[in-house]
Design a protein around this ligand. Sequence first.
Ligand code: 5GP
Ligand code: MN
Length: 339
Amino acid sequence: MKETAQALKNLLSSPKNIVITTHRGPDGDAMGSSLGLCNLLQQIGHSVKVITPNEYADFLHWLPGNEDVIIYEGNEEEADAITANADLIFLLDFSHLSRIATFADAVKKSKATKVMIDHHQDPDREIAELIFSDTTACSTAQMVYEVMDAMEMTSYLNKEIAECLYVGIMTDTGSFKYASTTAKTHHIVAKLIAAGAENTKIHDLIYDNSSANRIKLLGYCLNEKLRLYPENNAAIISLTAEELTRFEFKKGDTEGFVNFALGIKGIKFAVFIAEKDGMVKLSLRSKGDFKVNEIANKYFKGGGHMNASGGISEVSVSETITKTEQIIKEYKTELTKSN
Ligand code: 5GP
Ligand code: MN
């Protein structure tokens, strides 16, 4: 970390054109780490643009710096020109170019030096010259703080950066409850609060700011769409495009639904399946040492972390349910072993 941070500090010693990008379907950690880093780099004299592959949930739109984010889908020409002209490109919260979808080509073509800051397994080391990879880190936002610290730049920590990084850490740790939350995480969070992050306000803006439709959709999922497999300690919730339309679905509305299934006593493996943007997307969650990233990778072209992963399915929602039921049966031994 120290050596890579020194190399990065050297690169940042003269003004640069910088692009920061993050994974498709940006979540709190993707946006928090990107906008936090953007603010730091702007303060030290760089020209910085955050480019996301696609849109993200409304509950992240209050983040400081959000108004200048360029969404690649729909703004390809502008984003391609900025990317071609960049000296440095930061790749945040992902470790394979497939995660930035249609933006990948422009990033690949650009002669810019690439810097990865990420906490996912098995990073593709070919895609960046400087790599900060820590698969034990709870979030990329925590790593951005650590990189700042290693570059001796924490004096630039202001309320804006603190709130961005707080969002990243809070969302990727399930509000500080996942096993990845360590004493270090809490030490860093303490510094963020001391720097002005309003923790109660942030929690409220992210979690207690739902539309009535979202809450009704949640009720519908739990009441009518929850399939339980108690003999295998597993659960599935699924939604078709028609059902999402019925509840006036907006991006981000189903975030966290899978955790309700995982919150049922005895459930170790929960799957949320939804038909969105013409695709069938899966969110996989587990408790203990049941590795959902292996399942996401083996069956759903995806990946992620041991207890939280995602992927896509190329068949219909009902066929995806059948496939998931087969997987649940196949893993019965692991799902029912006592530990
Ligand atoms: P979510 O279920 O919230 O969409 O995603 C949970 C985690 O799974 C993300 O933080 C990310 O690490 C991973 N993930 C989600 N979707 C994909 C995907 O399509 N491909 C890969 N490789 N990882 C994914
Ligand atoms: Mn993350």
